[in-house]
Design a protein around this ligand. Structure first.
Ligand code: PLP
Length: 433
């Protein structure tokens, strides 16, 4: 396999783009080697500039739940394009998608569309602060909520991948209002609430964490947070940018049966176009301008092309429950195969898995929070990543990411991934000895 064109492009990109990429993890720094540049993608496959084909296990970091270039979405976008690309004025599709979202995610009574997950979480925190009149909020170590200043404290995703504790450029004034708790530790959360009585506007979390690798909530954790928030008048925000429309039609909140006050959405909601949203209880959402005093706006928010893509995606998910049973079957088959290989090779690595999200952690420990995730051997992961890439499997270039399955994966693709996984593990270990 050669990647000459990608190498040339990356060399040139270094001159004009910081680090050669428009989002840090894409640069492959955590796994060594150089990033491949993508020419096109279709179904379960992505193709680089040198025409190598790879089976997709990232799917644009989540959005492509139906695989790439799905005809329903492609046709909706092309049709919308014929009528212009942006109006900066309300359109019927925005009403339609808002109604559909409130139907699919019943805790959302009203919703505001934005352009990214980052915008959604920033806006949701501002809203929670405006609504409660309080300044502080609690986030969890290793959770990622986009790159808004107040979230870049012990954040997951690229921040974890690059090993940054927090980011320069975030002022002390901002950072002091972000309180940190370890994931899955309700006692620590209670203590923070006790020590900051009446000052906490919101608790925000990924109900299934995906940005420190896939880490599930322990039994009762989400419910305990719900009860605590009710007692203390705190706004509970589920950041479902990753899990929304993925773990179930109604996201993780449907799967676990715990209802947040606000939900942030992104990724799948735009069908691959830049879309995010935040929504929740009417009473809170009516604080958003122009209904209420909390300001939030966007020139391209509700963009007609993006809404067409999102509407096509959500309509299909809403009307096709088999998507979720298919994803569960695919996830179970893949992870089941991985587990068999690990057993055969005598490796006790941890696989965290739910539905179409999973992470193979290079550690023998249970992974239930950021510290336990960090026990993983990231050097081994880097070798494994490269071995998989050589075998035509495209993984997230970091140990600290969840992988995302799509309905486009055939049984044959899954078997190929399982074989590649076993061969890669053997390679990594032979190499180690
Ligand atoms: C990806 C992600 C974000 C940020 O979304 P962007 O569209 O990249 O700004 C926020 N929260 C979670 C849980 C995410 O996975």
């Amino acid at each position: 396999m050669h990647i000459n064109k990608s190498k040339d492009l990356f060399a040139k990109a270094q001159h004009f783009i910081p680090g050669g990429v428009n989002s840090p993890v894409r640069a492959f720094r955590a796994v060594g080697g150089e990033p491949i540049f993508i020419k096109k993608a279709d179904g379960a496959f992505i193709y680089d500039e040198d025409d190598n084909a790879y089976i997709e296990l990232i799917n644009s970091w989540g959005p492509m739940i139906l695989g790439h270039n799905h005809p329903l979405i492609r046709e909706a976008v092309i049709k919308a394009m014929e009528h212009g690309t942006s109006f900066g004025a309300p359109t019927s599709r925005e009403v339609e998608i808002a109604e559909l979202i409130t139907h699919m995610v019943p805790s959302i009574e009203k919703v505001r569309m934005v352009n990214s997950g980052t915008e959604a979480t920033m806006s949701a925190i501002r809203l929670a602060r405006g609504y409660t009149g309080r300044d502080k909020f609690i986030k969890f170590e290793g959770h990622y909520h986009g790159h808004g200043d107040s979230f870049l404290i012990a954040a997951g995703s690229g921040v974890a991948t690059m090993g940054y504790p927090d980011s320069p450029g975030v002022t002390k004034g901002t950072a002091k209002d972000t309180l940190l708790a370890p994931h899955n530790n309700i006692e620590a959360v209670k203590e923070l609430v006790e020590n900051n009585k009446g000052e906490i506007a919101a608790i925000i979390l990924e109900p299934v964490a995906g940005n420190m690798g896939c880490v599930l909530p322990r039994e009762g954790f989400l419910k305990a947070l719900r009860e605590l928030c009710d007692q203390e008048g705190i706004v509970l925000i589920f950041d479902e940018v990753m899990s929304g429309f993925r773990l179930a039609k109604g996201g993780a909140q449907e799967h676990f049966g715990v209802t947040p006050d606000l939900t942030t959405l992104g990724k799948i909601i735009g069908g691959g176009m830049p879309v995010g949203a935040y929504g929740g209880k009417k009473e809170i959402m009516d604080f958003v301008s122009p209904a209420g005093p909390v300001y939030q706006a966007g020139t391209l928010s509700g963009n007609p092309i993006a809404m067409a893509a999102g509407l096509a995606m959500l309509t299909h998910l809403n009307e096709t429950p088999s998507v979720y049973s298919d994803l569960n079957r695919i996830g179970n088959k893949l992870v089941g195969g991985f587990q068999q290989s690990l057993k055969k090779l005598g490796l006790n690595y941890t696989i965290n898995h739910l539905g179409s999200m999973y992470t193979l952690f290079f550690t023998y420990n249970e992974v239930y929070d950021f510290d336990s995730a960090k026990n993983s051997d990231t050097v081994l992961f880097g070798k494994y990543f490269q071995a998989m890439l050589q075998k035509g499997i495209y993984l997230a270039p970091s140990q600290y990411e969840s992988l995302f399955l799509s309905t486009a994966l055939s049984d044959k693709d899954i078997e190929k991934i399982i074989e590649a996984n076993e061969a890669s593990l053997i390679e990594v270990f032979t190499d180690k000895k």
